[in-house]
Design a protein around this ligand. Structure first.
Ligand code: M6R
Length: 620
């Protein structure tokens, strides 16, 4: 939510910042702005709407050549998406320009204090108050190299909530200052140039050397002195250096119309990468990187999977697999609800937090709550160096590569696979499965990348189907067992991309109410389990298809190759390769991703940046 870029170095700062903002725009696209500093003057330009609007204005105005500057792309919280509310915000005296991600919870009190002192505000944002406070704090701070950092520390100590702030001061031509609490910020270190970014995408085209920052820290990037970090009290801190293993090309469209299409296509490779090096030659799991001892894993008597959105659906799938393989009870919780209902946690509880971005605020807060209650926390995450894995006891990276489209695809699929790895590893360590049983599932896991590739190769009929569904008002999704979370995920994809009302149901629940909404021609998409599934779930779902069809539904059926039972009742049949029941979501989700993407494209919508959304939700 909100993308931030800062640059100090020899290059034209506007070019570097705009390039960074293009790569960060997926984080928010309600407005965009830049501020550059040249000749002791800050020039700020900002515009409501997508980055393209700002670029148009910049093409018409010529900004002074500068080698230092900041930029922002916004997801609105306080104040609508207007030019005035766009960042950067400038202090009343014109000396400070600041960009912000997060929410300053005590901004109303601070604003009232500033107004009482005669400051006139020009926006409705919570951010503007920081510009005025920083300008005032700077005036009161003794001159010297540390003046800007000290002023920022003073301001930061008085702020409540979540914030990443990056500021430029007119009297400081060689340095930028930034501060972070609960919101993401990384530093890029180039050859004589330094970058600040909400994530590494901001500077990936320039350097892969990055520094991780901790909570409540202030960082200065300085043309001569490089990078210096302190806590809010001013004590020096040594940041953690790491190398970004994504290259710039990975964060580009590579010839696809949409990032989402590219990311869907990358799924076989992404799944293979999640498995890479984690399946041993003898069919055992090798998860050395999980920093929990065997004894800690043996002590686990309850598991929570906590996450949001698609990651929550990955957790729902994980429950079926982990409980089945380990016999440990698993509860799956929405992160935004978790800590408010006082869950029962203790030292023998394992909390698995699942987050593609590693920055989702609801999930981060749930993680912190779990740690306060002494539970062990294992993160399943895609973004290296992000906050959630850093604060967890253990981490399993999904290695999907950068996911830019707002709708999660390869991020989701690899989370599901990572959850399987954790479940199977627990079963192995605890000895609840014989070695040959684990080895058999490992073989099934090895087959997943090819199975996903097979699904993708057969997607042309799904594209055609999408065109015929583009005008639907409502589309329902049904599934049982692991097909139920797949139905939820299919409905979420459709809602967020195509803005069509969609709901996912457990197929058995249908006759307890939802069946009443089915009318002549209502499209109902049914995820059919394998005929080999336990306790004739398959037969029950086939009956459910007949029930909705008898009431006029247009049935779209996703079923395994060779499943002939569904043929008489399917108006449209989408085939997927045979896959063991618990692993089936990895293949059955894929046609639903393609369907949602193609329906949105047919409706002329922005597939990568759907309205009202942002990729990484860093506010609660
Ligand atoms: O980065 P996270 O996995 O923590 O994000 C969680 C959700 O915000 C995310 O999955 C969201 O629901 C996606 N837009 C779904 O496509």
């Amino acid at each position: 939510m909100c993308g931030i870029v800062g640059y100090v170095g020899p290059q034209n700062s506007l070019d570097v910042i705009l390039e960074g903002l293009r790569r960060l725009e997926y984080r928010g696209y309600d407005s965009a702005g830049v501020a550059v500093l040249a000749g002791g003057r800050l020039t700020t330009v900002k515009k409501a709407g997508k980055l393209a609007n700002l670029e148009k204005v910049l093409a018409e105005e010529s900004l002074p050549a500068a080698t230092i500057g900041i930029g922002h792309t916004r997801w609105a919280t306080h104040g609508g998406p207007t030019d005035r509310n766009a960042h950067p915000h400038v202090s009343a005296d014109g000396t400070v320009s600041v960009v912000h991600n997060g929410i300053i919870e005590n901004f109303a009190v601070l604003r009232a204090e500033c107004e009482a002192a005669g400051v006139e505000f020009t926006s409705e944002t919570d951010t503007e108050v920081v510009a005025h406070l920083l300008a005032a704090a700077y005036r009161k701070t003794p001159a010297g190299d540390d003046r800007l950092a000290e002023a920022m520390r003073t301001v930061s100590r008085g702020l409540e909530g979540a914030f990443t702030l990056v500021a430029s001061h007119a009297d400081e031509p060689d340095r930028l200052v930034a501060s972070r609490r609960n919101s993401p910020l990384v530093v890029g270190v180039g050859d004589g140039e330094y970058f600040l970014g909400s994530d590494v995408a901001a500077f990936i085209a320039h350097t892969s050397d990055a520094l991780e920052l901790g909570q409540d820290q202030v960082v200065v990037i300085d043309r001569e002195r490089g990078v210096s970090v302190t806590d809010f009290a001013g004590a020096p801190v040594e940041p953690t250096a790491y190398t970004v293993d994504w290259d710039a090309a990975a964060a580009e469209k590579g010839g696809y119309d949409w990032f989402m299409l590219k990311e869907i296509a990358e799924q076989p490779e992404a799944v293979a990468n999640t498995l890479l090096g984690r399946l041993g030659a003898a069919g055992e799991l090798v998860l050395d990187e999980v920093r929990l001892s065997d004894q800690e894993l043996r002590d686990v008597d309850k598991i929570f999977v906590v996450s949001c959105g698609s990651s929550f659906h990955a957790g729902l799938i994980a429950k079926y697999a982990i409980e089945h393989w380990t016999r440990i009870p698993v509860e799956v919780e929405l992160a935004s609800e978790f800590r408010y209902r006082d869950p029962v946690l203790d030292r023998s509880t394992l909390v698995i937090v699942v987050s593609q971005s590693g920055e989702t605020m609801d999930t981060l807060m749930a993680l912190r709550h779990a740690k306060e209650q002494k539970a062990r926390v294992l993160a399943i995450c895609n973004a290296n160096g992000s906050t959630i894995p850093r604060e967890s006891d253990a981490v399993l990276y999904t290695r999907a590569g950068p996911e830019v489209a707002v709708a999660s695809t390869k991020g989701f699929l690899t989370q599901v696979v990572a959850c399987y790895l954790v479940g199977l590893f627990l079963a192995q360590v605890r000895g609840v499965k014989y070695t040959d049983e684990v080895a058999a599932i490992v073989e099934d896991l090895r087959a997943l990348p090819d199975a996903v590739a097979t699904v993708l190769a057969g997607m042309e009929p799904v594209r055609e189907l999408a065109r015929s569904l583009a005008d639907a008002n409502t589309i329902l999704f049904l599934g049982r067992h692991v097909g139920y979370p797949v139905a939820l995920e299919g409905a979420l994809k459709l809602k967020e991309l195509a803005y069509i009302h969609a709901e996912g149901f457990a197929a058995g629940e249908l006759k307890h109410g939802p069946i009443a909404v089915i009318d002549q021609g209502t499209p109902v998409i049914v995820v059919v389990p394998s005929p080999s599934s336990r306790e004739s779930v398959h037969g029950k779902v086939v009956s459910n298809i007949q029930e909705v069809r008898a009431r006029g539904a247009r049935t779209i059926v996703i079923a395994e190759e060779g499943d002939e039972d569904v043929v008489p009742y399917a108006d449209h049949l989408i085939r997927v390769p045979r896959t063991p029941t618990l692993l089936a979501p990895v293949v059955t989700t894929v046609p639903l991703q393609v369907l949602a993407c193609e329906i949105a494209a047919t409706r002329g919508l922005d597939v990568d940046q759907p309205r009202n959304l942002a990729k990484s939700v860093t506010v609660e």
